[in-house]
Design a binder for this molecule. Structure first.
Ligand SMILES: [Zn+2]
Length: 480
């Protein structure tokens, strides 16, 4: 075991004045990077530079370059065990050392006494909608985009305060919003963006208003102009719309393979893209070294996506065992959600209630199949169009304890989900390790008061239980 000491001092520069703080330097480095990405992003970056508020800069200037977490227990998210009497040294935005010898702290480190709390990796939600989670559908369809982004900005801060330091965004106009978070302009989680969810006419995600049907020429509907959805019929259009998302920085592509719960006009049993279209989609994302995540509930929709070469299926609550076995045999990821009761789907009304009940009936089956057949399973909450539901993100995670041990639940939301994020390969927005506490990993950490492996309910009450939240080496909450 390596000992801590002044040997780490070369890793960081002095932080005497605010303008040299790592936060500010990182922010300006990122802004420079944005500006290199073209005229459009250059303009956005300039706006961000000008807009960085003084309060933000002051906080950043006070951030220490080295933080030592002492008197801690660590959750080993790979082994699923707790390591006692540990210290973790964070330098800049990386975990620099894990020490079990109680070595004295480096001279210039800020020491945080964890008081025997358990450090877990920052939580990862594999199916989130950054822009649409906190906006009711009627507001989204009728309102100015200003209110939509204001609601999303407030929600992004709350998401981070619930311990979620990374989300995989599966549909929404999130590209410049992600830049605002990454540059330090607003607090929020890391975002693996998909951009617009891509559907055929009539599929889940086709939110056109009656006066937008029929489509005239290439005219885009309101939700398409906002960047929430892209409607594509035929291979050429599908390739175009996928490439447009990749051009804007998508780390993966979200395709709608069938009907949905919160889309009254797209029945759950319907299928959207042909196998030929799906194959073309897989071809485009393979050329970009990434993958498609296909929204599919039924055996027919899931089987077609798998046959076309899809490596990640979203939902799948209505599949039969034969289809589950195909998922396992193909080695595809199942990214699903433990929807149990109407409390988890309170935003539904009308036909959505009956559809949600079909999903509740399927939930225990899909997790039983996942266990029985060893399907690679990721967890997500998929909160959509409901500010009342977003605070239940953590409860959606602890629902998994119906089928998994406490350690397995936390593994799924950390190292497991991070493995799924790895499918983005060269398109990852955040090179580095996520979901683990180990030397060299990105410093996304949550200090829990108590041991969540013994008492998973601690996760449900982040306001009380999460004593400290760090993302990318920066402390966003500290009660210690
Ligand atoms: Zn979703």
């Amino acid at each position: 075991m390596l000992r801590l000491g002044n040997k780490y001092s070369h890793l960081v520069h002095n932080v005497g004045c605010g303008c040299h703080s790592p936060e500010i330097q990182r922010a300006s480095r990122r802004l420079e990077e944005f500006s290199r990405r073209g005229v459009l992003f250059g303009m956005a970056a300039t706006a961000l530079t000008v807009a960085l508020p003084p309060a933000e800069a002051a906080t950043a200037a006070g951030s220490p370059a080295k933080t030592l977490f002492s008197h801690a227990r660590l959750f080993d998210s790979v082994a699923g065990t707790i390591i006692d009497n540990a210290q973790v040294l964070v330098v800049d935005n990386l975990i620099a050392e894990i020490d079990l010898t109680q070595a004295p702290p480096p001279q210039d480190a800020t020491v945080v006494d964890c008081r025997n709390g358990v450090i877990i990796p920052g939580l990862i939600d594999a199916h989130w909608h950054t822009i649409f989670a906190a906006v009711p559908l009627n507001l989204l369809l009728g309102a100015d985009s200003g209110i939509v982004f204001a609601a999303s900005t407030a929600e992004a801060g709350r998401t981070l305060m619930r311990g979620f330091t990374t989300v995989r965004d599966l549909g929404g106009p999130v590209f410049s919003f992600k830049q605002a978070i990454d540059s330090g302009l607003i607090p929020g989680p890391r975002i693996f963006p998909s951009g617009a969810m891509i559907t055929t006419s009539g599929g889940h995600g086709d939110l056109r208003l009656p006066n937008e049907i029929p489509r005239e020429g290439g005219r885009l509907s309101g939700s398409e102009l906002l960047g929430g959805a892209a409607i594509a019929d035929g291979i050429g259009e599908l390739q175009l719309r996928i490439r447009e998302q990749l051009l804007q920085g998508a780390s993966q592509i979200k395709l709608v393979g069938g009907g949905g719960v919160s889309s009254p006009r797209s029945p759950l049993d319907m299928i959207t893209f042909s196998e030929e279209e799906l194959r073309a989609a897989v071809g485009v994302v393979s050329d970009w070294n990434t993958y498609i995540a296909v929204h599919a509930y039924t055996p027919g929709a899931v089987q077609r996506a798998l046959a076309a070469g899809a490596t990640c299926i979203e939902h799948a609550h209505l599949v039969d065992e034969e289809t589950a076995i195909m998922l396992a045999e193909k080695g595809a990821w199942l990214s699903t959600q433990p929807f149990l009761t109407m409390a988890d789907a309170a935003s539904q009304s009308g036909s959505g209630i009956e559809r949600a009940q079909q999903i509740f009936a399927g939930t225990p089956k899909i997790y039983q199949y996942a266990r029985k057949h060893g399907i690679k399973t990721a967890w997500g909450s998929d909160v959509l169009f409901s500010p009342e539901l977003t605070p239940r993100q953590n409860i959606m995670l602890t629902h998994l304890s119906n089928w998994f041990s406490n350690a397995e639940v936390l593994q799924m939301a950390t190292s497991g989900n991070a493995q799924l994020l790895g499918l983005s390969g060269l398109r990852t927005p955040y090179p580095g390790k996520l979901g683990v506490i180990e030397k060299g990993a990105l410093a996304d950490l949550v200090v829990v008061k108590g041991n969540p492996i013994e008492n998973l309910a601690l996760i449900e009450n982040p306001q009380e239980s999460f004593a400290l939240i760090m993302k990318d080496g920066r402390v966003h909450k500290n009660l210690l």
